[in-house]
Design a binder for this molecule. Structure first.
Ligand code: SF4
Ligand code: FES
Length: 264
Protein backbone atom coordinates (compact mmCIF):
# COMPACT_ATOMS: atom_id res chain seq x y z
CA UNK A 1 0.00 0.00 0.00
CA UNK A 2 1.40 3.42 -0.86
CA UNK A 3 0.34 6.86 0.21
CA UNK A 4 -3.38 7.09 -0.15
CA UNK A 5 -3.78 10.50 -1.61
CA UNK A 6 -7.18 9.52 -2.68
CA UNK A 7 -8.04 9.85 -6.24
CA UNK A 8 -11.73 9.08 -5.95
CA UNK A 9 -12.04 5.50 -6.94
CA UNK A 10 -15.16 4.63 -8.03
CA UNK A 11 -18.42 6.34 -8.25
CA UNK A 12 -20.75 3.73 -9.58
CA UNK A 13 -22.70 4.27 -12.75
CA UNK A 14 -26.33 4.89 -12.01
CA UNK A 15 -28.36 1.83 -12.79
CA UNK A 16 -30.64 -0.62 -11.02
CA UNK A 17 -29.82 -0.85 -7.31
CA UNK A 18 -27.72 -3.94 -6.51
CA UNK A 19 -29.38 -6.64 -4.47
CA UNK A 20 -26.31 -7.16 -2.37
CA UNK A 21 -23.54 -5.02 -0.98
CA UNK A 22 -20.22 -6.75 -1.46
CA UNK A 23 -17.39 -5.99 0.88
CA UNK A 24 -13.72 -6.96 0.98
CA UNK A 25 -12.04 -6.27 4.30
CA UNK A 26 -8.37 -6.37 5.22
CA UNK A 27 -8.31 -7.95 8.64
CA UNK A 28 -5.70 -8.38 11.32
CA UNK A 29 -6.33 -10.19 14.60
CA UNK A 30 -3.91 -8.11 16.65
CA UNK A 31 -1.08 -5.59 16.43
CA UNK A 32 1.51 -8.22 15.49
CA UNK A 33 -0.66 -10.72 13.61
CA UNK A 34 -0.40 -11.16 9.84
CA UNK A 35 -3.07 -9.42 7.78
CA UNK A 36 -5.57 -11.39 5.66
CA UNK A 37 -8.58 -10.62 3.50
CA UNK A 38 -12.19 -11.67 3.96
CA UNK A 39 -15.16 -11.07 1.72
CA UNK A 40 -18.73 -10.44 2.78
CA UNK A 41 -22.09 -9.76 1.30
CA UNK A 42 -25.04 -8.06 2.98
CA UNK A 43 -28.53 -7.35 1.60
CA UNK A 44 -28.79 -4.00 -0.16
CA UNK A 45 -30.75 -1.23 1.52
CA UNK A 46 -30.88 2.34 0.27
CA UNK A 47 -29.02 4.92 2.30
CA UNK A 48 -26.37 2.58 3.69
CA UNK A 49 -22.93 3.95 4.50
CA UNK A 50 -19.82 1.91 5.20
CA UNK A 51 -20.33 1.92 8.96
CA UNK A 52 -23.99 0.94 8.77
CA UNK A 53 -22.95 -1.99 6.54
CA UNK A 54 -20.34 -3.01 9.11
CA UNK A 55 -22.99 -2.79 11.83
CA UNK A 56 -25.31 -4.96 9.77
CA UNK A 57 -22.52 -7.47 9.32
CA UNK A 58 -21.80 -7.54 13.03
CA UNK A 59 -25.30 -8.94 13.67
CA UNK A 60 -24.40 -12.04 11.69
CA UNK A 61 -20.68 -12.20 10.89
CA UNK A 62 -20.60 -14.78 8.12
CA UNK A 63 -18.29 -14.48 5.12
CA UNK A 64 -19.21 -15.14 1.47
CA UNK A 65 -18.36 -18.84 1.84
CA UNK A 66 -20.87 -19.15 4.68
CA UNK A 67 -18.19 -19.45 7.34
CA UNK A 68 -18.88 -17.80 10.70
CA UNK A 69 -16.03 -15.42 11.51
CA UNK A 70 -15.06 -13.06 14.29
CA UNK A 71 -16.99 -9.78 14.05
CA UNK A 72 -15.01 -7.02 12.33
CA UNK A 73 -13.54 -4.45 14.70
CA UNK A 74 -13.59 -0.75 13.88
CA UNK A 75 -13.86 2.50 15.80
CA UNK A 76 -16.70 5.01 15.64
CA UNK A 77 -18.55 7.44 17.82
CA UNK A 78 -20.44 10.39 16.32
CA UNK A 79 -21.53 8.82 13.02
CA UNK A 80 -21.55 12.29 11.43
CA UNK A 81 -17.93 13.15 10.58
CA UNK A 82 -17.24 15.07 13.75
CA UNK A 83 -15.25 12.76 16.02
CA UNK A 84 -12.72 11.47 13.48
CA UNK A 85 -12.70 7.97 14.97
CA UNK A 86 -13.87 6.01 11.94
CA UNK A 87 -11.11 6.97 9.49
CA UNK A 88 -10.21 4.08 7.21
CA UNK A 89 -9.23 3.46 3.62
CA UNK A 90 -12.30 2.97 1.48
CA UNK A 91 -11.64 1.89 -2.11
CA UNK A 92 -8.12 3.26 -1.87
CA UNK A 93 -9.09 6.63 -0.43
CA UNK A 94 -8.63 7.52 3.22
CA UNK A 95 -11.84 9.01 4.64
CA UNK A 96 -14.49 8.58 7.30
CA UNK A 97 -16.52 5.39 7.01
CA UNK A 98 -19.61 7.09 8.43
CA UNK A 99 -19.92 9.45 5.47
CA UNK A 100 -18.89 7.00 2.75
CA UNK A 101 -22.22 6.28 1.10
CA UNK A 102 -22.58 2.84 -0.44
CA UNK A 103 -24.51 4.20 -3.42
CA UNK A 104 -21.47 6.31 -4.35
CA UNK A 105 -18.96 3.47 -4.13
CA UNK A 106 -17.78 0.89 -6.58
CA UNK A 107 -18.22 -2.70 -5.41
CA UNK A 108 -16.82 -4.74 -3.87
CA UNK A 109 -16.15 -2.01 -1.36
CA UNK A 110 -12.58 -2.53 -0.21
CA UNK A 111 -11.86 -1.54 3.38
CA UNK A 112 -8.39 -1.27 4.88
CA UNK A 113 -7.04 0.30 8.07
CA UNK A 114 -4.88 3.43 7.89
CA UNK A 115 -1.32 2.11 7.68
CA UNK A 116 0.47 5.13 9.15
CA UNK A 117 -0.81 4.22 12.60
CA UNK A 118 -0.29 1.04 14.64
CA UNK A 119 -3.09 -1.41 14.01
CA UNK A 120 -5.07 -2.47 17.06
CA UNK A 121 -7.31 -4.92 15.27
CA UNK A 122 -8.93 -5.05 11.81
CA UNK A 123 -9.90 -1.47 10.92
CA UNK A 124 -9.19 0.03 14.35
CA UNK A 125 -5.89 1.87 14.66
CA UNK A 126 -4.08 3.59 17.50
CA UNK A 127 -4.16 7.35 16.92
CA UNK A 128 -2.56 8.21 20.26
CA UNK A 129 0.55 9.73 18.63
CA UNK A 130 -1.66 12.63 17.57
CA UNK A 131 -3.02 13.11 21.07
CA UNK A 132 0.48 12.90 22.58
CA UNK A 133 1.58 15.61 20.16
CA UNK A 134 -1.34 17.78 21.24
CA UNK A 135 -0.12 17.43 24.83
CA UNK A 136 3.39 18.38 23.71
CA UNK A 137 2.22 21.63 22.14
CA UNK A 138 -0.17 22.44 25.01
CA UNK A 139 -3.17 22.22 22.74
CA UNK A 140 -5.39 24.12 25.15
CA UNK A 141 -5.79 27.55 26.70
CA UNK A 142 -4.74 27.92 30.30
CA UNK A 143 -7.20 29.44 32.70
CA UNK A 144 -6.55 29.87 36.37
CA UNK A 145 -9.55 28.21 37.97
CA UNK A 146 -13.20 28.24 37.02
CA UNK A 147 -14.14 31.46 38.82
CA UNK A 148 -15.39 34.52 36.96
CA UNK A 149 -12.48 35.92 34.99
CA UNK A 150 -14.47 38.77 33.54
CA UNK A 151 -14.89 39.36 29.83
CA UNK A 152 -12.22 37.87 27.59
CA UNK A 153 -10.09 40.00 25.29
CA UNK A 154 -11.79 41.45 22.22
CA UNK A 155 -11.29 39.39 19.11
CA UNK A 156 -11.22 40.31 15.46
CA UNK A 157 -14.24 38.62 13.81
CA UNK A 158 -12.20 37.78 10.68
CA UNK A 159 -9.52 36.07 12.79
CA UNK A 160 -12.20 34.30 14.79
CA UNK A 161 -13.55 32.83 11.57
CA UNK A 162 -10.12 31.43 10.70
CA UNK A 163 -9.79 30.06 14.22
CA UNK A 164 -13.21 28.47 13.91
CA UNK A 165 -12.06 26.62 10.82
CA UNK A 166 -8.88 25.45 12.58
CA UNK A 167 -10.91 24.35 15.59
CA UNK A 168 -12.95 21.90 13.51
CA UNK A 169 -10.01 19.49 13.38
CA UNK A 170 -11.31 16.12 14.58
CA UNK A 171 -7.92 14.42 14.97
CA UNK A 172 -9.00 11.96 12.32
CA UNK A 173 -5.49 11.32 10.98
CA UNK A 174 -6.37 11.66 7.29
CA UNK A 175 -3.82 14.45 6.73
CA UNK A 176 -1.13 12.26 8.31
CA UNK A 177 -2.08 9.15 6.39
CA UNK A 178 -1.55 10.97 3.09
CA UNK A 179 1.65 12.75 4.15
CA UNK A 180 4.85 11.20 2.73
CA UNK A 181 6.86 12.66 5.61
CA UNK A 182 4.66 11.17 8.35
CA UNK A 183 4.82 7.61 9.57
CA UNK A 184 6.48 5.16 11.90
CA UNK A 185 9.79 5.82 10.13
CA UNK A 186 9.85 9.52 11.03
CA UNK A 187 9.36 11.87 13.94
CA UNK A 188 7.52 14.47 11.86
CA UNK A 189 4.54 15.74 13.85
CA UNK A 190 2.47 16.48 10.75
CA UNK A 191 -0.04 19.07 9.62
CA UNK A 192 -2.69 18.33 12.24
CA UNK A 193 -0.68 19.44 15.25
CA UNK A 194 1.03 22.33 13.45
CA UNK A 195 -2.39 23.71 12.63
CA UNK A 196 -3.35 23.44 16.29
CA UNK A 197 -0.24 25.44 17.23
CA UNK A 198 -1.54 28.14 14.89
CA UNK A 199 -5.00 27.94 16.47
CA UNK A 200 -3.87 28.32 20.07
CA UNK A 201 -1.07 30.80 19.35
CA UNK A 202 -3.43 33.11 17.50
CA UNK A 203 -5.89 33.19 20.37
CA UNK A 204 -5.40 36.29 22.58
CA UNK A 205 -5.22 34.22 25.77
CA UNK A 206 -3.60 31.17 24.19
CA UNK A 207 -0.79 33.36 22.87
CA UNK A 208 0.69 33.58 26.39
CA UNK A 209 2.14 30.11 25.74
CA UNK A 210 3.08 30.78 22.12
CA UNK A 211 6.83 30.40 22.58
CA UNK A 212 6.47 27.11 24.40
CA UNK A 213 4.33 25.75 21.56
CA UNK A 214 6.81 26.93 18.94
CA UNK A 215 9.69 25.37 20.86
CA UNK A 216 7.83 22.05 20.77
CA UNK A 217 7.67 22.07 16.96
CA UNK A 218 11.21 23.25 16.27
CA UNK A 219 14.08 20.86 15.64
CA UNK A 220 13.84 17.23 14.59
CA UNK A 221 10.34 16.16 13.64
CA UNK A 222 9.11 19.74 13.72
CA UNK A 223 7.77 22.13 11.13
CA UNK A 224 10.98 22.14 9.09
CA UNK A 225 10.48 18.47 8.27
CA UNK A 226 7.44 19.31 6.13
CA UNK A 227 8.22 18.27 2.55
CA UNK A 228 5.53 20.54 1.07
CA UNK A 229 3.73 17.72 -0.76
CA UNK A 230 0.46 19.55 0.03
CA UNK A 231 -1.38 16.23 0.20
CA UNK A 232 -2.72 17.16 3.64
CA UNK A 233 -4.72 20.19 2.56
CA UNK A 234 -6.29 18.30 -0.35
CA UNK A 235 -7.32 15.38 1.82
CA UNK A 236 -8.58 17.09 4.99
CA UNK A 237 -12.30 16.33 5.26
CA UNK A 238 -12.81 19.56 7.19
CA UNK A 239 -11.14 21.73 4.54
CA UNK A 240 -8.77 23.20 7.09
CA UNK A 241 -6.18 25.49 5.45
CA UNK A 242 -3.32 23.26 6.56
CA UNK A 243 -0.62 24.55 4.23
CA UNK A 244 -1.33 28.13 5.41
CA UNK A 245 -0.95 26.89 8.98
CA UNK A 246 2.34 25.18 8.22
CA UNK A 247 3.67 28.29 6.45
CA UNK A 248 2.62 30.52 9.35
CA UNK A 249 4.18 28.27 11.98
CA UNK A 250 7.33 27.95 9.83
CA UNK A 251 7.70 31.74 9.79
CA UNK A 252 6.96 32.08 13.50
CA UNK A 253 9.44 29.33 14.33
CA UNK A 254 12.15 31.09 12.29
CA UNK A 255 11.57 34.35 14.16
CA UNK A 256 11.59 32.47 17.45
CA UNK A 257 14.87 30.73 16.51
CA UNK A 258 16.42 34.05 15.52
CA UNK A 259 15.42 35.70 18.80
CA UNK A 260 16.69 32.78 20.84
CA UNK A 261 19.99 32.82 19.00
CA UNK A 262 20.54 36.49 19.76
CA UNK A 263 19.14 36.18 23.28
CA UNK A 264 16.32 38.61 22.53
S1 SF4 B 1 -6.35 18.57 10.05
FE1 SF4 B 1 -8.08 17.67 8.87
S2 SF4 B 1 -7.31 15.70 8.13
FE2 SF4 B 1 -5.90 16.39 9.74
S3 SF4 B 1 -6.61 15.41 11.61
FE3 SF4 B 1 -7.60 17.44 11.52
S4 SF4 B 1 -9.55 17.11 10.46
FE4 SF4 B 1 -8.31 15.29 10.09
S1 FES C 1 -17.95 8.11 13.57
FE1 FES C 1 -17.24 10.12 14.06
S2 FES C 1 -16.31 10.75 12.23
FE2 FES C 1 -17.21 8.85 11.67
Amino acid sequence: MGAHTGSEHGKSNKGPAPQKIRLKVRRQDGPDSPPYWQEFSVPYQPGHNVLSVLMELRKDPVDVTGKRVEPIVWEASCLEQVCGACSMIVNGKVRQGCTALVDDLEQPIVLEPMDKFPIIRDLAVDRSRMFENLKRIKGWIEIDGSHDLGPGPRQDPAESLVRYSLSTCMTCGVCLQVCPQYGPQSKFVGAQVLSQVRLFNSHPTGSFDANERLDAVMGEGGVEDCGNSQNCVKACPKNIPLTESIAKIGRDASVRGFKKFFGL
